[in-house]
Ligand binder design. Structure first.
Ligand code: TYM
Length: 331
């Protein structure tokens, strides 16, 4: 079976962007692939985290995975920090990467912009992400569009390692959703929908109450026209809302255009809100049950042991190829 790996940072409330860009594909891929889905807590600390919030958010992301339908019997769900091989291979990858290629990462540039001091962890962040992926010899990495550049770097590092030390790492492919690989802000379609945005009206949180979702969608910015038409160049706002509609309803963009032909934005936005509510309400109910049941800890323990089994062998092999003198296995 082909392997899949992906992860989400526990750095705040997850959004509909995370769901459409990533989680929805996780749920589909678990049926046909061997999957590893992580909560990337080591990545989250590349910006300051309140310890109590990090703990809460880590458990919350794992519970959201379960609530969205990831089945621990089919996929391994675990915390990155529970599998030490991530930090270890992360360091090895850091030594393979060049300053220049890390400086070109647009996510680093965005996050560092305007800051007086920028953490070194934020700079080497993509090398840890490369390690995450290579540790499982993942074939596919389901992510949103904003992670494409990090995937390219991962591929480059895999090639570099293989060339320098001998073939070992599989070179992974990015796996994007066909529609909605980049969900944009509701109040500004030039920016991606993000959990770190200071304006809650710009995003839909997966745990937003139905009435909050309705309000946010009714206030979402549109253009001054009235045609529900997918046109990313000229109708960015409506195109973004259509992508959300398509992903929540299963209708294609063409079907949505046909359904709202000649009707203006009003009915479209109203129905969109109901589609989003219908997608998130069951997830929220399951989330509450899962949190109350206390089952997350067991799921994470099982997931970490499954992940460890694969990852510890790969990091050992990488170290051997690089020339580390290895401790003898066993006693
Ligand atoms: P993170 O935590 O920022 O986002 C998690 C996933 O959600 C996707 N995403 C979006 N997709 C569409 N539209 C949006 N507005 C949107 N916002 C977020 C992201 O593309 C991502 O897939 N570096 C990663 C986490 C990571 C990782 C990995 C991913 C660490 N190691 C290994 C894959 C494999 C990140 O910060 O994602």
């Amino acid at each position: 079976m082909k392997r899949v790996l992906s992860g989400i940072q526990p750095s705040g409330t997850l959004t509909l962007g995370n769901y459409i860009g990533a989680i929805k594909n996780f749920v589909e891929l678990q049926e046909t692939h061997q999957c590893f889905f992580m909560v990337v807590d080591l990545h989250a600390i590349t910006v300051p985290q309140e310890p109590a919030a990090l703990r809460e958010n880590s458990e919350a992301v794992a519970a959201l995975y379960l609530a969205a339908g990831i089945d621990p019997a089919k996929a391994s769900i675990f915390l990155q920090s529970h599998v030490p091989a991530h930090a270890e291979l992360g360091w090895l990858m850091t030594t393979l990467a060049y300053m220049g290629e890390l400086e070109r990462m647009t996510q680093f540039k965005d996050k560092a912009e305007g800051k007086d001091s920028v953490g070194a962890g934020l700079f080497v962040y993509p090398t840890l992400m490369a390690a995450d992926i290579l540790l499982y010899n993942a074939d596919l990495v389901p992510v949103g569009d904003d992670q494409k550049q990090h995937l390219e770097l991962t591929r480059d590092l895999a090639h570099r390692f293989n060339q320098r030390y001998g073939e070992m790492f599989r070179v992974p492919e990015v796996y994007l959703p066909e529609v909605g690989a980049r969900i944009m802000s509701l109040d500004d379609a030039s920016k991606k929908m993000s959990k770190s945005s200071p304006t809650p009206g710009s995003y839909i949180a997966l745990l937003d109450e139905p009435d909050v979702i309705r309000k946010k969608i009714s206030r979402a910015v549109t253009d001054s026209g009235r045609e529900v038409k997918y046109d990313e160049a000229n109708k960015r706002e409506v195109s973004n809302l259509m992508s959300i509609y398509s992903q929540c309803s299963g209708l294609s963009l063409q079907e949505i255009e046909a359904k709202y032909e000649g009707q203006g934005y009003g009915p479209f936005k109203k129905d969109l809100a109901e589609q989003v509510v219908a997608t998130l309400e069951p997830l929220q109910a399951r989330y509450r049950e899962i949190r109350a049941s206390g089952e997350v800890a067991d799921v994470l323990r099982k997931g970490a042991s499954e992940a460890e089994e694969v990852a510890s062998g790969i990091v050992r092999q990488a170290k051997e190829k690089m020339g580390f003198l290895l401790p003898k296995l066993g006693r």
